[in-house]
Design a protein around this ligand. Structure first.
Ligand SMILES: [Zn+2]
Length: 397
């Protein structure tokens, strides 16, 4: 491919909307617009990645620090919008909304008799715990929904110190919406003072820690009153007993109890498909230096950046053209910078675009049958004789 055919536009400055260095370099090197749309070079590169992704082990060849759940592969990036729980120790990985953790049950105790208590203005768990002087984990939090599919009233109980994760609830009951005041009243519950005790036609779903939690304070289903010492099994049961609560950073890993980290990520692949644009961003984020991208061989759009430096006596452009053809014939993909630009401009662009190898065709070398070869990540040029060039590249790439 000739540089002008693919109309590459590099930029001196990083865009001021860049949320990461990788994105900034993709824009500066002309792969993406500032609006995050692929340019011609970007589209060409994404197509290459898409073709490579037919190989199931493709991601493992890109030298990316990824981690995977059973369903999905993630890459950590501060601007990533997907929160993932991850264990450094055993590599347990899951989207945060579905992540499990090792829950600590309260110490066992004997079940005490129910006792109704007046609790005026205790509409929140915090207010209730403070008013009764009990820790939040000794209270039961109630949440009420209606299932979309059949309007089934769903009453959820989690421990007062924990948060319901709706994504987990939906896995077990299907899509839901918040219950209306009329629906709550019809079930026999009292908003703000609700418990699952004595409800009509309710599907009760409790977090799996609830059956192990004795003598919890819960609503009395009567305005202004709560019940002390409610106990699962004795006072009510549930159709669904599952993990329903939110994991957070520092919670013990469900597999090994090491504290979980919560990371901002992008998704690179699910079982069904690769997200090649996210993979390109991950590549740029991982593989760059101060001058530009340093893409690894299989992921770079071209193996070689070929350029000529205009000479005084020799026609370097024509010789570079010959080399371009011979490399292509050898199956090496080449971006040929055949512009009549200053060498400095071309060197900068070569560094930005980040092909694994740069070859410079200049007068001094040509006089001795040599060209300059520089792997993108190396500091020094090497002189390579033209007749050994292809051989040398095949070793490098
Ligand atoms: Zn673990």
């Amino acid at each position: 491919m000739r540089y002008r055919d693919i109309s590459i536009q590099t930029q001196r400055e990083a865009p001021n909307n860049a949320r990461s260095e990788g994105f900034a370099f993709l824009v500066r090197a002309g792969y993406l617009t500032r609006e995050n749309l692929p340019t011609q070079l970007g589209t060409y590169t994404l197509d290459r990645l898409r073709r490579l992704s037919n190989d199931p082990s493709f991601l493992s060849h890109l030298s990316l620090p990824t981690f995977s759940s059973d369903h999905e592969t993630f890459y950590t990036i501060p601007s990533g919008s997907i929160e993932v729980a991850h264990c450094e120790n055993c590599k347990y990985t899951e989207r945060l909304e579905l992540a499990r953790f090792t829950k600590a049950a309260l110490p066992p105790e004997a079940e005490l008799p129910l006792a109704k208590v007046l609790t005026p203005d205790c509409h929140t768990i915090e207010a209730l715990a403070a008013f009764l002087d009990v820790p939040k984990e000794k209270t039961a939090k109630a949440l009420m929904y209606t299932r979309l599919a059949d309007s089934q009233f769903v009453f959820v109980v989690v421990r007062g110190d924990m948060q319901l994760r709706e994504a987990k609830l939906k896995q077990h009951v299907g899509e839901v919406r918040a219950a209306t005041a009329a629906e709550i009243e019809r079930s026999g519950a009292a908003a703000g003072y609700a418990s699952p005790i004595g409800l009509k036609d309710a599907l009760i779903a409790v977090d799996d820690l609830i059956p192990q939690s004795k003598n919890l304070v819960a609503g009395a289903n009567e305005e202004g009153y709560h019940l002390r010492n409610t106990n699962y099994g004795r006072d009510y049961t549930a159709g669904i007993v599952e993990d329903l609560v939110q994991a957070k950073a520092g919670d013990p890993c469900p597999v090994c109890t090491n504290p979980l980290a919560v990371l901002s990520t992008i998704s690179l692949a699910t079982r069904k498909a690769y997200d090649v644009q996210n993979i390109l961003l991950a590549l740029a984020e991982t593989h760059h230096d101060a001058k530009g991208l340093t893409l690894p061989h299989p992921a770079a759009p071209f193996d070689v950046y070929l350029m000529h430096v205009p000479g005084k006596e020799l026609e370097t452009r024509a010789r570079a053209d010959e080399i371009y053809t011979s490399l292509q014939n050898a199956g090496i993909s080449v971006l040929f910078d055949d512009r009549e630009e200053r060498a400095g401009v071309k060197f900068n662009d070569a560094d930005l675009i980040g092909c694994p190898v740069r070859i410079t065709v200049g007068e001094k070398g040509l006089k001795e049958g040599m060209v300059e070869l520089k792997p993108r990540k190396d500091k020094e040029n090497q002189l390579v004789s033209l007749d050994r060039l292809v051989e040398k590249l095949k070793v490098l790439l």
